[in-house]
Design a protein around this ligand. Sequence first.
Ligand code: NAD
Ligand code: MN
Length: 351
Amino acid sequence: MRTIHLAALPGDGIGKEVMVEALELLSLIEKYDHTINVEIEAFNWNSEFYLKHNKMMPDNGLETLSAYDAILFGAIGDKRVPDYISIWEFIMPIRKQFKQYINFRPIKQLKGINSPLCNSRDIDFTIIRENAEGEYSNIGGSLFDKTNDELAVQNSVMTRKGIKDVTTFAFEYATDKGLSKVTSATKSNAIIHSMRLWDKIVQEVADEYKDIKLNSFYIDALAALFVQKPDTFEVIVASNLFGDILSDLGSALVGGLGISPSANINPTGEYPSMFEPVHGSAPDIVGKGMANPIAQFWSTALMLEHFGRADISKQILHAIESSIVAGKTTPDLGGTLTTKEVSNEVFTRMF
Ligand code: NAD
Ligand code: MN
């Protein structure tokens, strides 16, 4: 029997509300399926912790997490702590230290969900976002002196290795799934240093995969195509910033943030990977029982799939779809149920 040692980081706001339900889901899975065992330890490192200790996690936080097989994350963000602190002192160090250079985001239209796009048919594609370098760098400088001379320079760092690794992951994924094309998001006409390197390396990798076609689009045109022809995509490979924006757009095409999952993957398995919903801490609905737990459930499903349990992952997805088809949803999907009620609907359909 496989034991997965899991670190749970509920974080702030609705992160805590949806994590409770995901942990309940895991304990039910264990109870009914004797081929899997998940040992969970939860850590209350969040904005509250920051307000007490002036840091988002203990000094040995990353070392502590490195002992686990995986991390299940809720969401972080609290108006008393600047967002750049919760991002740069918590999420970014985890992604970077654990070389989670793949951000894997399925965009899949579930049964029972109407896309806001009236022409949409079967939307089912995956965004593979570079997650460790690129535009999200803390290299640069700024002069904030309230004069007319104020300025800021922000550097983007792209490396042959970084681009090659993410593109190879995308092509390998397409190969595994028997798909026929990979779409690259670029902007090499305007961002002429980093994005031309991106194009060059992406093409080099594509040349190794004769059976898979590479399509390349400028990011602005690609955003338009997401709306006009979302059912034509299979796998999209994108830099950190472009992938971030495309994944929220993609998520909106298939039901919104309440259902969208993501995985931050360390493909070598040397470090733990981290699974988290795309959404944030949603301060506008916290404490109201309105948070949709599906994004967290689906992220948990991706975690189980990562450990070779595609069977349980499929079961979770079926239970989610069946609840949605039955109209058992939270307000973001047009329903009237609470977080707990939706969770119970999903659990009942699983077991
Ligand atoms: P958000 O995702 O928290 O909320 C955006 C909108 O979507 C809100 O109206 C919210 O109510 C709704 N929403 C989000 N998740 C939902 C769910 N599960 N069910 C129902 N509705 C849901 O984004 P934001 O408002 O831009 O940011 C709020 C805070 O979250 C900020 O502090 C931000 O920095 C942080 N944030 C954290 C992460 C992360 O932890 N990875 C990601 C994004 C934002
Ligand atoms: Mn984002």
